[in-house]
Design a protein around this ligand. Sequence first.
Ligand SMILES: *[C@@H]1O[C@H](CO)[C@@H](O)[C@H](O)[C@H]1NC(C)=O
Ligand SMILES: *[C@@H]1O[C@H](CO)[C@@H](O)[C@H](O)[C@H]1NC(C)=O
Ligand SMILES: *[C@@H]1O[C@H](CO)[C@@H](O)[C@H](O)[C@H]1NC(C)=O
Length: 404
Amino acid sequence: MKRARTFSAMLVVTLFLVVFYMTVHLETTLTVRALKNVSKSKDFTTLSAVVHIVTVSNDLRQMIPKNGAYWNRLLYSAMQSLENGENPRRKEPHWSVCREENRELLKLNVHDFDSYPALIQEFLRGLNCKSPPLLIDQPYKCVGAVRENKTLLFAIKSSPRNFERRQAVRETWGREGVYQGGMRVRLVFVMGNTAPDDPDLSVLLSFEAKHYEDILQWDFNESLLNLTLKMNLFLQWTVKNCPSLSFVFSGDDDVFINTPDLIKYTESLDASKASQLYAGQIISTASPLRNPRSKYFIPHSFYNGPYAPYAGGGGFLFSGALLKPLFSVSQILPLFPIDDVYIGMLMKALGIPPESHGGFRTFDVRQQDRENICVHKNNLLIHQRLPHEIEKMWKGINSPLLTC
Ligand SMILES: *[C@@H]1O[C@H](CO)[C@@H](O)[C@H](O)[C@H]1NC(C)=O
Ligand SMILES: *[C@@H]1O[C@H](CO)[C@@H](O)[C@H](O)[C@H]1NC(C)=O
Ligand SMILES: *[C@@H]1O[C@H](CO)[C@@H](O)[C@H](O)[C@H]1NC(C)=O
């Protein structure tokens, strides 16, 4: 009896490994094949289908000087390999061996590595770490909506301990379903793992994931400087699992969204804008902060150049049609410590101009308007709000008695 059980357990594990290897292999060969096509095919349609795998706009090249800063060097070397017909993912080390612990080597790349703040040093050690194991998946999130071309996905950055915030989102603006105009709304929360020293929430989280079917979790440490990794993983997941979305909203779990108006906004766009949208509160002339005490400090020897215009990471909206191109350029641009700046760079690499919309209030509204329901009704996004404030404002803007 016991032997039979052991045997079937082994069988299951073996089958799992076989399937797993097949998928891994499939993914890499697919990319390689796509790249081979570029060099071989003279057929324009095949070429343009894969071209966004390989091109980085001249705009981005002109903005980012080719000089000694580490990130700049990595970028130009990645573009060079690509021009030589190499697959950018080929060099990616496995998750278990990707960390660079050799201090001498790090100092060779970044001469003043020792003077970097500990967090940026940690970021640099993990710069080549891009494929953590997926712990909680939602493979069926978009099944059934595949042929639907009217779906808006809310992709909300969360972390395991933020249960109350997620619950407020589910009960209010993030509720899944079909809204006016036939727009279908889907919701996922994207997260990493708690640090080993923190309380273990994995049992609660897997219960929550089974119950609500809206949790995506990868096995990397939640931290500010890992948000770009989170974004990359989300792009990869969505390209695979939700390839035909109309729009994606990416934002924090403490924002208030006026979902009906956000949908109305998407419907007001003409077809060409709707397929090239990158909208939010646009920070158009930003440069790296050079004060080491700043939360967003970027050392001179790490990155040199201005930032591309970018939408504040509290929440922004983009076209589902951009998912594949975004994922492709995200394979070329090295990880950057600040996630919304990074998205701005990806968009610039694709030649997509940001669209400034006054309804995205990622830096909140005036203090005296914080309780004002009409102000919430008249905007698309307000950052940042507590769960009970979100519930209250959501009831408020949906009240039939509201007169603004
Ligand atoms: C959605 O599909 C319908 C029918 O196939 C088509 O007429 C419409 O243009 C599509 N809309 C978008 C935004 O792709
Ligand atoms: C996460 O960070 C902690 C320190 O905060 C470290 O001990 C642990 O090894 C890290 N986990 C991974 C998977 O790197
Ligand atoms: C990002 O996550 C990895 C994997 O858990 C961890 O080793 C690393 O310390 C994290 N990076 C930062 C900058 O916190």
